[in-house]
Design a protein around this ligand. Structure first.
Ligand code: DON
Length: 318
């Protein structure tokens, strides 16, 4: 194991130890069948509820996994830090900050949470901030803007990702609240142009299919200062990685961010598809997939597995 420049935290133990701990955590969490599938997007209830996978990828490109590593599920809100990253790269941090704040809202992901004075969404991890970020992505037209998002996520994952049409259609049919948020943002001057286009892009980005292995590699790319450790391709510049991980630390778990940061101690993001991604800067990326959710919209086994991994591997970095 190598220590990375500028980082003085724990070092990932040797491969054999990681593999054994992953198996132990997997077995421990598997018996927990509590929580419920998201069904407010009808198609999300169509998954196999017992699916469970844990994957860990190091910043130097080693990958360890247990369980269902190749099951596809939609990225959902785990897309938010990656689109925020692209908006930062396209517009620069100052222009993005004029439209999206970085304060934890302490509220659920679907709350409107606009600052009463500036009208800015509180942060890019809640839906309002995520729709504002989707609107800031550059491109010749709507198709090109979404294509750039998909390509950017694919660089993080190290393979071509694609959109799940059934989940997209299901969310688009039922996403009235997110449409209302997009219109509010348009009225407040946070979103320019067509609010329907911005929210459609948000629905599309949420419907990108990933595996738990993809998410672990995406997390490891953030851990590796923005360079994919498997393909060696740069997905994001180092200063922007710092900005994205900071916002994930304070806001990525919404109204359970405080509980998460005290018990797991890692920047993270959850999604209602059942994925969770966590990053130990300079060292490793972790991802868990299990679709039964808690009251905050996060995977029950995912939260538990991250707690156990953080404790057993000594990953709490704060
Ligand atoms: O905005 C929505 O309803 C979804 N497409 C994403 C929500 C989500 O994943 C919240 N995170 N736990």
């Amino acid at each position: 194991p190598t220590r990375y420049a500028g980082y003085s935290g724990p070092v990932v133990p040797s491969g054999g130890v990681v593999a054994r701990i992953l198996e132990e955590v997997y077995e421990l969490c598997r018996s927990d069948t509590s929580g419920t599938l998201a069904d407010y997007i009808p198609e999300l209830a169509a998954v196999q509820p017992d699916s469970f996978g844990i994957c860990l990828a190091t910043a130097d490109g080693r990958v360890y996994g247990s369980g269902d590593l190749d099951t596809a599920f939609t990225i959902q809100s785990i897309s938010k830090p990656f689109t925020y990253a692209l908006a930062l790269a396209d517009r620069g941090p100052a222009a993005v900050a004029e439209r999206i704040d970085v304060e934890p809202s302490g509220e659920p992901f679907f709350e409107i949470s606009l600052d009463p004075t500036t009208q800015r969404p509180r942060n890019p991890m809640i839906n309002a901030g995520a729709i504002a970020a989707a609107a800031l992505v550059d491109g010749a037209d709507a198709a090109d803007r979404f294509a750039r998002i998909r390509r950017s996520y694919s660089r993080f994952a190290g393979r071509q990702l694609s959109m799940n049409e059934a989940v997209y259609a299901s969310e688009s049919r039922t996403g009235y609240r997110n449409r209302a948020i997009a219109y509010l943002l348009r009225g407040a001057g946070i979103v320019d142009g067509d609010p329907d286009e911005a929210v459609d892009r948000y629905f599309r980005q949420c419907s990108i299919d990933v595996t738990v292995r993809d998410l672990a590699v995406m997390a490891a790319t953030l851990a590796n200062n923005g360079t994919n450790p498997l393909t060696r391709e740069r997905a994001l510049s180092r200063p922007l990685v710092e900005q994205v991980l900071s916002v994930m630390t304070t806001c990525g778990m919404y109204d359970s961010a405080g509980d998460w940061v005290t018990t797991v101690g890692l920047p993270a993001k959850s999604g209602v598809g059942g994925g969770i991604l966590a990053v130990l800067p300079g060292q490793i990326g972790i991802a868990v997939y299990s679709p039964r959710l808690d009251a905050h919209g996060s995977s029950v086994r995912g939260v538990k597995a991250c707690r156990e991994l953080s404790n057993r591997l000594g990953l709490h970095f704060l």
